[in-house]
Design a protein around this ligand. Sequence first.
Ligand SMILES: NC(=O)c1ccc[n+]([C@@H]2O[C@H](COP(=O)([O-])OP(=O)(O)OC[C@H]3O[C@@H](n4cnc5c(N)ncnc54)[C@H](OP(=O)(O)O)[C@@H]3O)[C@@H](O)[C@H]2O)c1
Length: 288
Amino acid sequence: MKTVLITGATGAIGRALVLNLARRRIRVRAVARSIQSRDFPAGVSYLNADLSEPEILAQVLDGVDALFVHPRAVGAMAPELVALAAEHGVQRLVALSALDVEEDLALQPSRFIGDRNREVEEAVSNSGLSWVCIRAPSYTSYILDLFAAQVRVGDVVRGPCATFAECPVHERDLVDVLGLALLDGEIKGRRVEVTGPESLTHQEVVDVIGAVIARPLRFEEVPSGVIASQLVAGGLPTKFAAALVHRWERDRDRRPTATEEVLQLTGHPARGFNEWVAAHAASFALSN
Ligand SMILES: NC(=O)c1ccc[n+]([C@@H]2O[C@H](COP(=O)([O-])OP(=O)(O)OC[C@H]3O[C@@H](n4cnc5c(N)ncnc54)[C@H](OP(=O)(O)O)[C@@H]3O)[C@@H](O)[C@H]2O)c1
């Protein structure tokens, strides 16, 4: 039986990945800084460790077949972690990354909250081990952050660039592909772009939410700079907001194309955004 080590194990993707593998009776070791015993089923072993000092992982790498490299958890220490993994006989590396990884670094919003997608891709692809990088667009849950609070208090949703479109990926699809990549040696040496099944503009996102929760929602465009100021007031770094505004404005008339990777790799179609909204309808319900 394979043993898989998951970094970033308490995060949005890492936690679901640990549970997905554990359900399939794969031996899982989970690493983050704040795991509690109640977080995972009994069979999952875990280590609380700060990966800014990756050598701490030496104590749990023996016997590991595949390592999930999480770019927020590993950050700039990716080369050290990958070298350590090779020393300990790990055979396979799977990195989470983002669709914008090849953009100018100053234009990648997530770098300003610590993500090192580029460095992680470079480290795993230069490792000499079997590797896969899984590039994702925005997760569907990002829509919660962007619009849900407004939907809870009324039918008008104010946001940036009505025509800006993405193909948001359902987190379960991302986790299905990551799980496969960790267990199936056939997918190797690839940078795989895993998207949702359709491109949706901000306007269309709000239309889908309205249709699923049966409310007459209306999207109202406001200047991107106003939204950026709100993000900064909410605690996000100014450079993060600036990079996001740049993308919204630059791509406001561009329709990205969805990929077929979920279907081709897992055999099931990518889950639609409407399915995700239906499962999270309570998060959009009027609060009084
Ligand atoms: N959100 C999106 O829409 C989106 C879209 C495309 C790509 N991505 C990429 O996906 C990644 C984010 O994934 P996510 O949403 O799963 O992140 P997340 O929910 O923020 O999880 C981050 C994980 O990393 C752990 N961690 C952070 N610093 C650590 C450290 N120094 N040592 C050990 N563990 C540490 C955290 O646990 P502790 O705090 O307990 O240590 C947590 O388990 C980023 O690379 C991002 O660019 C995100």
